[in-house]
Design a protein around this ligand. Sequence first.
Ligand SMILES: [Mn+2]
Length: 433
Amino acid sequence: MTRVIHTGDTHIGYQQYHVPERRQDFLDAFRRVVHDAIEDDVAAVVHAGDLFHDRRPTLSDIMGTLDVLEDLAEADIPFLAVVGNHEAKRDAQWLDLYASLGLATRLDDAPTVVGDTAFYGLDFVPRSKRDALAYDFAPHDADHAALVTHGLFQPFDYGDWDAAEVLAESSVDFDALLLGDNHKPGKQEVEGAWVTYCGSTERASASEREDRGYNIVTFDGETRITRRGLDTRDFVFVDVELGPEEGVERVRSRVGQHDLADAVVIVSIDGDGEPIAPASVEEFALDEGALVARVTDHRELAADERETSVSFADPDDAVVERVRELGLSEAARDIDETVRASKVADANVADTVESRVRELVDENPDSLTGAPDAADTADAAESTADDAAETAATAEADGGEADAVASSETAETTEPDPDPSDGEDQSSMGEFL
Ligand SMILES: [Mn+2]
């Protein structure tokens, strides 16, 4: 019998809504999961990717995570993990740093046996590179086997990678696929195996309304998956449908019915009624003790815009979809992050991009090759520059679109990863709900 905690999509370092308290929340959630693991004395903590929110966590994110992993190691509980799309760097990964300190095991195509179960890992693979995957795993002689990976899998919503195909093509007969990427937990039986998402441990998007938690997976003849909840930051969702004569007083009174202390308050207004300045409601919520308040007035949107909003429940999601579809080179993804991600101020984006491209060319011209048939270094560098330009343009276009959608997003509930590969954007995209 082997009993493990299956968690993922921790998104440490995400300063959601630009408040430091939210950044701390994501690390705290990880600490709670690890605390539970120690309390419960599980055989391992299995992490299915996106430990970090982006590929450039700050030193305090890295050290905070280190501290949590040290507690786990002291309890002699292994941390088995793969690399998610948010945190993936070009060569060595953050996970390798922790592995080198003896605090983590980066799962791969060779078995890591814990108890009587062999764990394998497959990092996030961009769609354009999946056809080349052989799903060739080294054999094991344990009683059970599980593959840990990160991506949006069919038969779950938004799936663009087929779990049935992975199971059928793999050289090892897996009892379970332990997945990350979709922040909504779920489990389904596919080809005689359990395929399950653990869900995120803090709400990385206002569309993640359900309580957060993680999976407990027991391999014991059969595979059993149960869920355990986590105590996370309070989110108060207030959906107001206004009648013809109603206005801001009605909204305030609905919001005021809740305990707002230290909560993230998400107000969604629909129906008829008088015009409302969202700021007046937000101020009211903050006066009542809310940590953050966001008000979306859906009445302001034209009918056709509202149609659009249905297909992109979360603007983050729209962005990740686009970026994934672009099939960008690693270098272009790096540039894309510089353009969109949080750590570079608007004024510095152009300079930073220029110096990153120069660095990349200097470091290793081959690594810039977007297409495998790029004839020589010059071509490679040129195609990278093109990719970068395209990415910048796309990021900007998505930014515009996402902004339009952002204001209509709160009421949507089903939702995978808020994944724009990288998160919170103080530069071109502005803040999402
Ligand atoms: Mn994620």
